[in-house]
Write a protein that binds this ligand. Structure first.
Ligand code: FES
Ligand code: MG
Length: 576
């Protein structure tokens, strides 16, 4: 029936006339696929993270159908396949623990199956990096289609942003300024359509990163999930992946060091999530591209945050889309010589050509003309004896007066200790204290949970305190805000200096100088280290054992050591 055409990968399965090829074809035919669909036309995999336990991605079956339409229109054939889906809001102990596991699922599913190119359907925070990491290790032609953000939350006449409103309202409730009833009422008002968090949290940030590196079509970041144009974008992506396969344009042809530099600057300009630094370093690692946290700081430094979105600013993703979306931000950078305009994209156009005509329709949402939201945005990477391998802070979401601060530590040994004591009226804490949370890093939690934005002691909340310096080896939700130092590395559970901090130790944070210092002598710290023992792991077998034994620290993107790098898509051995 079929002859080998164009040396396509899928033809190694479907292209012969022998028993083996018959087996590969015959079972596929039970879906009613016409036999000529295996004649050598591009076979596209649609990698879907649809799951009803991942509410942000629960509408992706619909988008998969739209992608299929586009693939068919362009003369290809598409097959949808499920992979592990990580719902940020429910997965315990934290979705980040399973990002690397899901990436293995994705990588092996792509490599093992007869596809020539792949469309990645993602949305919720970890679903984007897990899919892109896995696909990067295979390096086939690849396009990302994000699910898109939810419509703006609306509550009692106000906009409420996913996550951001929860953090704020929960502090208001603990301060006695909001009733539990009103808090519960806000729940439904916040999540009123399909889609992912509509703040500039990690999902919106990663969707923006995909657009910035050229792996998704323009307006992938901001088009609302339920806007008809999200479906159109999906259909266009289906057409486009067929073209990429025909021209043999792989992910590594699109994502280069230059496109990663573009992503760093876009992240600064949009006030993107601190999680992006971990995910983008991990993606770069899979593609064997060099990207360090220092690069992130240097390249992103002095880029103004011009996007006025929560948690740094006021508006939400729907407003961003109506204002013109990410192309406007990218054009702002391009016009200032801060974007590599020659970087390639999956649309077939360069980044520069793609954003050239972008127009800003609301200059309070996107401050591309007047005063920016923050002069120097980005993610600052701190160093010092408290974090020899670095720690991060997001200045646009922090309090200006606290960016230089010295105060005594109030130490919590782990998250349980924090929960047990934070509201204790006798806790020796003042607004000048520095809250230190240990053992919430990659090995410690395990999985580096989003608990770094620890809530303040309620007795201080009642006095009107709304921000304090907080330091941990954890992450925080991209929707969170505050003067919060995260990702301290090496983490406490790996014997990093964070493990050695004691109550009352003086800590200095100086974001301008990029310093994070513990005012304790090296001799004293060495002495304390002699008495330190690693905490007991929660599980000694299974995936958690593999994870804890192999996870890299934050400066390496928290990937598993044996997953770094490209392994390609070749499988020399047949299954029959
Ligand atoms: Fe899924 Fe925020 S919980 S994007
Ligand atoms: Mg999040």
């Amino acid at each position: 029936m079929a002859e080998k055409k164009n040396g396509r990968r899928s033809q190694a399965w479907f292209g012969g006339t022998d028993k083996r090829s018959t087996i590969h074809r015959a079972w596929m035919l039970n879906q009613g696929t016409p036999p000529d669909n295996f004649d050598g036309r591009p076979v596209i995999g649609i990698c879907n993270t649809w799951s009803e336990f991942t509410p942000c991605n629960a509408h992706l079956r619909d988008l998969a159908e739209r992608v299929k339409r586009g693939v068919l229109e362009a003369g290809g054939v598409a097959f949808e396949f499920p992979v592990m889906s990580l719902g940020e809001s429910s997965i315990r102990p934290t979705a980040m623990l399973f990002r690397n596991l899901a990436s293995m699922d994705v990588e092996e599913s792509i490599r093992a199956n007869p596809m020539d190119g792949v469309v990645l359907l993602c949305g919720c925070d970890k679903t984007t990096p897990s899919l892109v990491m896995g696909a990067a290790s295979c390096d086939l032609p690849t396009i990302v289609v994000s699910g898109g953000p939810m419509l703006n939350g609306k509550h009692r006449g106000c906009d409420v942003g996913s996550g951001t409103a929860v953090w704020k309202m929960s502090e208001d409730m603990r301060a006695g300024e909001m009733s539990p009833e009103a808090f519960m009422d806000a729940e439904q008002a916040m999540s009123r359509s399909a889609g992912s968090c509509m703040t500039m949290g990690t999902a919106s940030t990663m969707a923006s990163m995909m657009e910035a590196i050229g792996l998704a079509l323009p307006q992938n970041a901001a088009t609302p999930a339920v806007d008809a144009r999200r479906r159109t974008l999906s259909q266009y992506s289906g057409r486009q992946i067929v073209d990429l396969v025909r021209r043999n344009i792989r992910m590594s042809d699109i994502v280069t060091r230059r496109s990663l530099e573009n992503a760093i600057r876009v992240n600064a300009a949009i006030g993107g999530s601190t999680n992006a630094i971990l995910h983008m370093i991990a993606i770069a690692g899979r593609l064997e591209l060099s990207l360090t946290s220092e690069d992130w700081d240097e390249i992103g430094r002095d880029i103004p945050t011009i996007l006025n979105l929560q948690p740094s600013g006021k508006y939400l993703m729907e407003d961003f889309y109506y204002a013109g979306g990410l192309p406007v931000v990218m054009k702002y950078l391009l016009d200032r010589g801060l974007l590599h305009g020659d970087a390639k994209t999956v649309s077939g156009m360069t980044v520069g050509d793609q954003v050239e005509g972008a127009e800003n329709f609301n200059d309070d949402v996107i401050r591309s003309d007047g005063a920016p939201l923050t002069e120097s945005g980005g993610i600052a990477v701190l160093r010092g004896n408290l974090a020899p391998l670095g720690a991060v802070i997001k200045p646009s979401a922090a309090t200006a007066e606290l960016m230089q601060h010295t105060g005594p530590a109030v130490v919590f040994e782990d998250i349980d200790d924090y929960k047990a004591r934070i509201d204790d009226p006798d806790l020796d804490v003042s607004e000048d204290s520095v809250l230190v949370l240990k053992n919430c890093g990659p090995k410690g939690y395990p999985g580096m949970a989003e608990v770094g934005n620890m809530g303040l002691p309620s007795k201080l909340l009642k006095q009107g305190v709304r921000d304090m310096v907080r330091i941990s080896d954890a992450r925080m939700s991209g929707t969170a805000f505050g003067t919060i130092v995260l990702h301290a590395a090496p983490e406490a559970a790996a014997g990093g200096p964070l493990a050695l901090v004691r109550d009352g130790d003086i800590i200095t944070l100086d974001v301008e100088k990029r310093r994070l210092e513990l005012q304790v002598s090296d001799e004293e710290l060495n002495e304390r280290l002699k008495f330190w023992t690693a905490p007991d792991p929660a599980m000694r077998t299974g995936y958690q054992k593999l994870y804890v034994d192999h996870v890299l620290q934050a400066d390496r993107g928290v990937d598993l050591d044996f997953l770094v790098g490209k392994r390609g898509a070749d499988v020399p051995r047949d299954s029959h």
